[in-house]
Design a protein around this ligand. Sequence first.
Ligand SMILES: Nc1ncnc2c1ncn2[C@@H]1O[C@H](COP(=O)(O)OP(=O)(O)OP(=O)(O)O)[C@@H](O)[C@H]1O
Ligand SMILES: [Mg+2]
Length: 240
Amino acid sequence: MPESTLLELANINAGYGGPKVLHDINISLSAGEFISVIGPNGAGKSTLFRTISGIVRPASGSITYKGSNLLEVEASRRAHLGLAHVPEGRQVFPSMSVLENLELGAYVDKTGIEFRQTLEKIVSWFPVLGERQQQLAGTLSGGEQQMLAIGRGLAANPDILMLDEPSMGLAPTIADEIFERLIEIHKTTGLSIILVEQRVAEALHFANRAYVLEAGRIILSGNPAELQNDDRIRQAYLGM
Ligand SMILES: Nc1ncnc2c1ncn2[C@@H]1O[C@H](COP(=O)(O)OP(=O)(O)OP(=O)(O)O)[C@@H](O)[C@H]1O
Ligand SMILES: [Mg+2]
C-alpha cells in the first residue's frame, strides 16, 4: 500500500444475508483525493458506503484505514476516527435546530479544533446555515437540508467525507451550487472525498479518479477524462 493511501478496500464481498450485493470490490483513496463512484440504481453504491461506515459487515475482504484494519473497529467508533458518512436522502434531525444538528456532527470530532472555529468555516461555505442557525432543520428547503447534512459531516473535521447522492431530488441550480462548494472545500482543505452520484457528467468532471459500479462489481475505473470518452460510459450514462 503506497504511503499516501488513506483507505483501501480489497476483495470486499458484502450483502444483507440474501444474495450478495458487492462482489470483489477493490477501491483505494489517497490522502487529499476526490473520487467518484457512479452506477445505476441498485448497483450497490449505498451498500458500499454502509460497508465502510460499518452498518454492513462484509462476508470477506479487507478494509484498511490509515494503515490499520478498519473491520476490527466497531461501527459506532468509526465516525470518531475521521470517517464521515453523509447518507442518501438528506438525513437531518428535523425537530432540532440547524445549530444543534451541526453540534451533533461535532460530537465525534477528535481533532481538538474548537467548534466555534469549525462552525465559522462551515458557515463560510454554506452561509444559509449561519443565517438559519435557530431554524428547525425540518423546515429547511430540500437544498438547505442537504447543505446541513453535508455541514454536519464537516462538523466532525473528518479525514474522509463520504457523500451519497447529494444532488438527489434537487433542482439543477441547487445541485450545481452544492458541487461548487464541494470543489472549493476539497481545494482549500485537502479533505479526501468519496462522492456517489447519478449525475455522471458532474461526478466525472469534479473527481480526480472514478469507479463505475454495476450490479455490485467495479466494471471500469480510472481517469475521469478517459471514462468520459469510453463508449460504454457515453452510451449508458451520458446519453450520447
Ligand atoms: N437493508 C437491506 N436489506 C436487504 N437488501 C438490501 C438492503 N439495502 C439494500 N439492499 C439491496 O442491495 C442492492 C443494492 O442496493 P443499494 O442501495 O446499495 O444500491 P444503490 O446503488 O445505492 O442504488 P440507488 O442508486 O437507487 O441509491 C439492491 O438490490 C437492494 O435491494
Ligand atoms: Mg443508494
